[in-house]
Write a protein that binds this ligand. Structure first.
Ligand code: GDP
Ligand code: MN
Length: 376
């Protein structure tokens, strides 16, 4: 789960990380009032859940409250990478002497969070990693420890020469790691971490992603959730206890179980096409769920054919077949549907499907190839 910069900055501030003073506004008039209360040059910043807002024109300096009002008017409603700006952060402008990067990300290869520090801040860190890998310093973190002060100091001294600056940076690095662990994050980032001309270190940008697997112990996250961030189809799927993932191809895939979903995606690609999505109906075989699944898949206009690939273990194939029949009758799909159902109560399932004349294939490869043919 992603949260906005202004929310991330509140979490940083609570963790003792210095951030410029600021407040969020939803109207130009509010922006002006906040700028007045700050009483100096401010930055008006689009609050959307993507990076690169600066380059997209979503971060602007305002010297007067009037200018803040005008810029807020321009930025609110702007479209940044497909996301509409509904809020702006009005924040104290900081004079920049240098910009660095500090972040904690999960490194799946070593199965640990890694602290990353780079003197090349302000730009896209993936870009830095590609072009100047030598400018990136990494420290894998021990899940039982936060970070030792000597480790934080070593990283800070690698970036800053001035001991007054590196001392502050070391504290910020240690606090950022603490914020990461204490809040069950999957990512925290300060980009840029700024040093001012007078040698103060402060977090000018803030990014925090939470690890959804820990949501059960963070009731406070609900209030931070931005409904715009979630795909409506994925939300609807979740409300039916289904998991739906939108992809770029044209084959709609209904499967049961994450493993079978992955195998089906692989096979669709190997047979020369691309999945439009996948919808995992999970372990149960409640016909209602199958109807909801079909409704969600058929709404996706890039879907040119739908394949069902169901392995009946606890899931009963006849229940799924009944769901498919009911869905076909109710929703009258205009795209072809192909089915492979195997396992528990398979024979009954095939009889049920025969009634509505849906093509049934015996194996996984056959159903995938047939769906691709029909989508052409
Ligand atoms: P992002 O583009 O979405 O990562 O947004 P940032 O918050 O990182 O802002 C983009 C860039 O705008 C920063 O790298 C800075 O160069 C600049 N910027 C942001 N805030 C300030 C500020 O307070 N003062 C100055 N001088 N520049 C700023
Ligand atoms: Mn940034």
């Amino acid at each position: 789960m992603k949260i906005h910069e202004y929310q991330a900055k509140e979490i940083f501030a609570a963790g003792g990380i210095p951030v410029p003073k600021g407040q969020v506004a939803t109207t130009p008039a509010e922006a002006r009032a906040i700028a007045e209360s700050i009483g100096q040059t401010v930055v008006v910043k689009a609050q959307v859940l993507v990076g690169g807002r600066g380059k997209a024109g979503g971060v602007k300096l305002a010297r007067t409250p009037q200018e803040a009002e005008k810029l807020a008017g321009e930025i609110l409603g702007m479209d940044i990478k497909g996301l509409k700006v509904r809020k702006v952060l009005i924040t104290q402008a900081v004079e920049i002497a240098s910009e660095a990067y500090v972040g904690v990300v999960i490194d799946r290869a070593i199965k640990r969070p890694v602290l990353i520090v780079s003197a090349a801040g302000g730009m896209d860190i993936e870009e830095v990693a590609k072009r100047f890998p030598e400018k990136i310093i990494k420290l894998p973190l021990d899940p039982l420890l936060e970070v030792y002060p000597f480790q934080a100091r070593r990283l800070a001294f690698a970036v800053y020469d001035d001991p007054k600056v590196s001392k502050q940076a070391a504290e910020i690095i240690a606090k950022l790691v603490r914020v990461f662990w204490r809040n069950d994050c999957s990512l925290v980032e300060i980009n840029p971490l700024v040093v001012t001309p007078s040698g103060e270190v402060t977090a000018v940008d803030a990014k925090v992603n939470f690890d959804d697997n820990a949501a059960f112990r963070h009731p406070e996250w609900e209030a931070l959730r931005d409904p715009d961030a979630d795909d409506p189809a994925e939300l609807e799927a979740k409300s039916h206890d289904l998991s739906f993932v939108k992809l770029d191809g044209k084959i709609g895939c209904v499967v049961n179980g994450a493993g079978l979903a992955m195998a089906t995606m692989d096979l669709v690609k190997r047979c020369g096409s691309e999945p439009a999505n996948f919808l995992d109906i999970g372990g149960s075989s409640n016909p209602e769920k199958v109807i909801a699944a079909m409704r969600i898949i058929l709404r996706d206009t890039s879907v040119r054919s739908v394949l069902f690939n169901i392995f009946g273990g606890i899931t009963r194939c006849d229940d799924v077949a009944r769901g498919i029949v009911a869905a076909v009758k109710q929703l009258k799909p205009k795209v072809p549907i192909v089915v492979r159902l195997t396992g528990t109560n398979e024979a009954e399932a095939h009889l049920i499907l025969k009634e509505v004349g849906l093509p049934v294939e015996p194996g996984m490869e056959e159903v995938v190839k047939r769906a691709i043919e029909l989508a052409a």
